[in-house]
Write a protein that binds this ligand. Structure first.
Ligand code: PMP
Ligand code: GLU
Length: 397
């Protein structure tokens, strides 16, 4: 008899972003030229000073188990960052280093959610949120936001969704997949609504250093007194420092939540990679000029992408204020035959774009928003131009 899977196995789908990224890579390995805008990962190299710190860690024997919640130096540096830059006095005991921000989110949800609980997730949401909530036994309560509201959750929507079972609100600004950055005043209004309830907040601020033009990131926990006691802040080095493969993320939370997360890691993964932790320490405490340079490149690409979208037939987009995604409204094409395929929804649209235009995008349905396709512009300008040339021909076909 084959081993029977636990009921839990039915709770999750494979991550659609990872799946589209793998499919684009597979087609490339067959020799096809794929214009790949699927995965959200910086195409830049990890900065040289960070590489040097990793080599130093390797050659100086920093290759053993560390504290399950991370090396003291890195936890202290993260705490200092929140104390100095965000004005929220943070102690090292509140910081837990994990194997990437995805792991941080999973462990944070494990700490505070369980069967019977509800978690409010505004859609469009990052692909992993709903499934990670389901793994804890809790129920994701997805609240749709619209282009008309700038893809932002209003305090009224939040309050209407709260029940006696609501444990958490998940917010993400700058957002993946829309690139939307809430104004500080909008988050203050949301914070006031949260404070009328007993609901906690998981604020995913992983794109905090990647904002453009007038858009500014806001650290949610700092907005109102008392908010930091019920907020779990998530961030990490993957996006800002082009360190996706190093797997370092963190949470800042109340000490008991952090204590549980550290204990959980002591049982499940022991510690995040020791070498990556020393590299991350250099990333956040060393020179920041590489972040400035990468942000400037992303800003240029964003402007270029927006300009090219205006020429794409039947496609519109809410301009992203941060991150590196354009969330394309492609619903005008539903019901049409594009290439060899009849396009009925965001999945068939993306499959047609991949097979006919050789352009890899991710379907909006994976982000809880049918009618859209996400383009990651973490690609060089030449690739972006080729991609748009191909999409123009494809959509006019
Ligand atoms: N949150 C958001 C919104 C993301 O886009 C990502 C991208 N992977 C993560 C968390 C996870 O980051 P990491 O690669 O550090 O796990
Ligand atoms: N966060 C990135 C994305 O949305 C990387 C893939 C993933 O972690 O799901 O594409």
């Amino acid at each position: 008899m084959p081993l029977e899977l636990a009921a839990r196995s039915g709770l999750i789908e494979p991550s659609a972003t990872m799946a589209m990224g793998a499919e684009a890579k597979r087609l490339k390995s067959l020799g096809l030229e794929i214009l790949d805008f699927s995965l959200g990962e910086p195409d830049f190299d990890t900065p040289a000073n960070v590489l040097e710190a990793a080599i130093k860690a390797l050659s100086s024997g920093k290759t053993h188990y560390t504290h399950p919640a991370g090396i003291a130096e890195l936890r202290q540096a993260v705490a200092d960052h929140y104390t100095r830059h965000h004005g929220v006095t943070t102690d090292m005991s509140q910081v837990v280093i994990s194997n990437g921000a995805k792991h941080s989110i999973h462990n944070a949800l494990m700490a505070v959610c369980g069967p019977g609980d509800e978690v409010i997730i505004p859609a469009p949401y990052w692909v992993s949120y709903a499934d990670l909530v389901k793994l804890t036994g809790a129920t994701p309560v997805v609240i749709a936001t619209t282009e008309a509201s700038g893809f932002k959750l209003s305090p009224k929507q939040f309050l209407e969704a709260v029940t006696a079972r609501t444990r958490l609100l998940m917010i993400n600004s700058p957002s993946n997949p829309t690139g939307v950055v809430y104004e500080r005043s909008e988050l203050e209004a949301l914070a006031d609504a949260v404070l009328q309830t007993d609901v906690g907040v998981l604020s995913d601020e992983i794109y905090e250093q990647l904002t453009y033009g007038d858009a500014r990131p806001t650290c949610f926990a700092t907005l109102r007194p008392g908010l930091k006691d019920r907020t779990i802040t998530v961030s990490g080095v993957s996006k800002s420092y082009a360190m996706t493969g190093w797997r370092i993320g963190w949470t800042v939370a109340q000490a008991p939540v952090s204590k549980f997360m550290g204990d959980l890691q002591s049982q499940e993964t022991s510690n995040p990679c020791s070498i990556s932790q020393w590299a991350a320490l250099e990333a956040i405490t060393g020179p920041q000029d590489s972040v400035v340079a990468m942000r400037a490149q992303f800003a240029r690409r964003r402007d270029h992408v927006l300009e090219r979208i205006t020429k794409l037939p039947g496609v519109t987009c809410t301009p992203p204020g941060g991150a590196f995604y354009a969330f394309l409204n492609v619903s005008d094409h539903f019901g049409r035959k594009l290439g060899e395929r009849c396009v009925l929804d965001s999945t068939s649209f993306c499959m047609a774009a991949l097979s006919s235009a050789k352009v890899a995008l991710v379907m909006g349905s994976a982000f809880g928003a049918e009618g859209y396709a996400r383009m990651s512009f973490a690609a060089d300008l030449a690739t972006i131009d080729k991609g748009f040339d191909s999409l123009e021909r494809f959509l006019a076909s």
